[in-house]
Design a protein around this ligand. Structure first.
Ligand code: PEP
Ligand code: MN
Length: 300
């Protein structure tokens, strides 16, 4: 076959759908814009989810919730079920923590994102959360993913510590195939040979995912770096590379945090970062408002 004939036959061959056909751009070429809390993700607005690693107590949760809201965060994060490497570390407050999150939502109007670790907890977490998070360690827990495919709540799916992008999109496919179209992906760093940072933030994953998938993708610079002073520069890099938003750990008093204090911003640092992001966003075709969203109660 001549070179021209080869090119012709390649062009005539139909493009093959990847195994994750619902998550791919094959059937869905346009980016998905998903409703999220009082905003939407995947469109021009750059969405920031912020809050402590773990829900610890009412004053900690409420204090941090107000701090992140006043700085302009769109969603409040906080773990009530914590996947810890050691069984002796703080495991989270379970339902008591979910109640504290719900109270923070009631008072601030911020939608809540929180992790669900096990299929048997989905009914419980769904009762309280606006967005269900699948943590990195559960990114390939296929029975959990199947169960969450049946949920009507949006899912924030974190990339597994050792997952390729195709594997990550395969996990997203489980959710979509189960009937849940509201899936947000999160690049949170992967395990590499270098242990200078907690994980290695794979910023080019944002570009690859955007090329292969229509799903929104956010970056978590806190778990990626494990260092509070890396969070602001990595957040700006995430905005620049085309991420749809961020998940950032913020604690009202990082020194006293029961989990991940060393990577958590304090409220003043978070406020400064939000101002800087708001200034930068238009340079990258994004908008970010540091005006706190209106509280449901104030609206009534
Ligand atoms: C978290 O966001 O609370 C968390 C545990 O992150 P990851 O699953 O990315 O380690
Ligand atoms: Mn954490």
């Amino acid at each position: 076959m001549s070179e021209d004939q080869q090119k012709e036959s390649a062009a005539a061959r139909p493009m093959k759908a990847p195994p994750y056909k619902l998550a791919s751009r094959f059937l869905h070429p346009e980016p998905s814009v998903l409703p999220l809390g009082q905003s939407a993700i995947g469109g021009p607005e750059f969405i920031v989810m912020a809050g402590p690693c773990s829900v610890e107590a009412d004053p900690q949760m409420l204090g941090t919730a107000w701090d992140v809201k006043m700085a302009g965060a769109h969603l409040l994060r906080g773990g009530a079920f914590k996947p810890r490497s050691s069984p002796y570390s703080f495991q989270g407050l379970a339902e008591e923590g979910l109640k504290m999150l719900a109270k923070a939502r009631e008072l601030t109007g911020l939608a809540i994102v929180t992790e669900v670790m096990d299929s048997t907890d989905v009914d419980l977490v769904e009762k309280y959360a606006d967005v269900l998070q699948v943590g990195a360690r559960n990114a390939q827990n296929f029975s959990l993913l199947k169960r969450l495919g049946q949920s009507r709540k949006p899912i924030l799916l974190k990339r597994g510590l050792m997952n390729t992008i195709d594997e990550f999109l395969g996990s997203a496919e489980y959710l979509l195939a189960g009937g849940n179209a509201n899936v947000i992906l999160c690049e949170r760093g992967i395990r590499t040979f270098d242990d200078s940072t907690r994980n290695t933030l794979d910023l080019s994953a944002v570009l690859t995912i955007k090329e292969r998938s229509h799903l929104p993708v956010i970056v978590d610079p806190s778990h990626a770096s494990g260092k509070a002073h890396y969070v602001a520069p990595l957040s700006k890099a995430a905005l620049a590379v085309g991420a749809d938003g961020l998940m950032i750990e913020v604690h009202c008093n990082p020194a006293s945090a029961l989990c991940d204090g060393e990577e958590s911003l304090n409220p003043a640092e978070f406020q400064t970062l939000m101002r800087e992001l708001a200034e930068l966003a238009p340079h990258f075709g994004r908008s970010i408002s540091t005006m706190p969203p209106t509280n449901n109660h104030q609206e009534n």
